[in-house]
Design a protein around this ligand. Sequence first.
Ligand code: SF4
Ligand code: SF4
Length: 427
Amino acid sequence: MAKPKESELFEQIMRKYIPGRGITEKVTIPDRVTLERYESLEYYKDQVYRCGKCGQCRYTYQNANLARSCPSGELRKFESYYLGGRNLLLWGLNSGKLKWSDALAEILYHCTLCGNCTQQCQLEGIHTYALEWLVAAREKAVEEGFGPMPEQKRYAQSVEDEYNPYIEKHADRLNWLGDKKGKLPEKAEAIYFVGCTSAYRQTKIANSTFDVLSHLGKDFTVMQDEWCCGSPLIWTGQVDIAKKCVEHNIREIEKTGAELVITSCSGCYRMLKEIYKDKFNMDYGFEVVHSPVYVLELFKKGELTLEKPVNKKVTYHDPCHIGRHMGIYEQPRELLESIPGLELVEMPRNRHNAWCCGAGGGVKSSFKEMASFAATERLQEAIDTRAEILSSACPFCYRNLSDAKEENKINIQIMDLMELVNMSMKT
Ligand code: SF4
Ligand code: SF4
């Protein structure tokens, strides 16, 4: 058989690797590196070692004009804070050439686990598994007594005491419901899993989601005894406390007899949909769906009418937990485009290239400068599109972007997708 020309080979490689398949999509292509997920740092040793420190992961070179990808590295401007540097540190730990220290742990925690770097790196093992070892490194840091960061330890204590990381009373969890609080049925076909951020901080999102579901006439309820989903714990290496939340929530959901769990927080969604099953090996019979996906489906079936025009220009920020981590890119956009009058414009870094809002991975509590830096850059990118609204589908992104908006007096409206749907439903 004739050998393919070099240009043909290049063409084949490009077709195969670009634009990537999403970092958590479970695909098996015969010559792909196939490893287990949720393993120890040691398990990924060989892949970590493959990093060539080329620095390609610093730029979103796929359709986004080599824009920067890593909020951690761009703020600190030091190699250790980019993925290549982190890989070198982890290789040092794995090979015994480096010892654990507070300084090293600080670097490993100064990262939102957004996955933009891993999306950009086209080395098979790194592209698909680097997030696994970045998380495994935190579990190891906790084991070695160098993690989590003090603020993360504090919020974990709050989860142990009051089942939320905001140091709020568990008894106040349903206060956002007002009068409706006492009228919730104990059993229903579906559950709205609210999550701590919407329950205690971004209550507008909880109320809008509740209103949309009520308007749809669905048989749903909110659990009286919902706990933190475990997301802020698992990504900071605090697995044992996360496990208690996982077990409790599954038990409580099952008590309601619900077959469907609807989330409005992307962190909760990823936990319930993927982590509960795959990391904690929990077996449960209900389906989990993120609110924009659920609502879009009903809209397509004709069960929902969006009639009131929202005559504005909107841009959409992809939350890392539903975008890069779970592959939900198109449905939120489709839903926005279904709202009459709303014009969707894209930021240059969108979908798999989206710049992280800066809140995740325990960063908002422990590295405030980074959280603010990342959010401010995202707001500027949104402003540059001339959009009047920056929309997203995650209360934690909403919260961090809103804080940066206040801090910098930036003039753009931040709205959750469910708020926009709610506005358009009401005539
Ligand atoms: S992670 Fe990939 S892109 Fe980044 S430095 Fe290593 S090999 Fe290069
Ligand atoms: S996961 Fe995000 S913040 Fe962390 S190193 Fe990669 S791009 Fe930077």
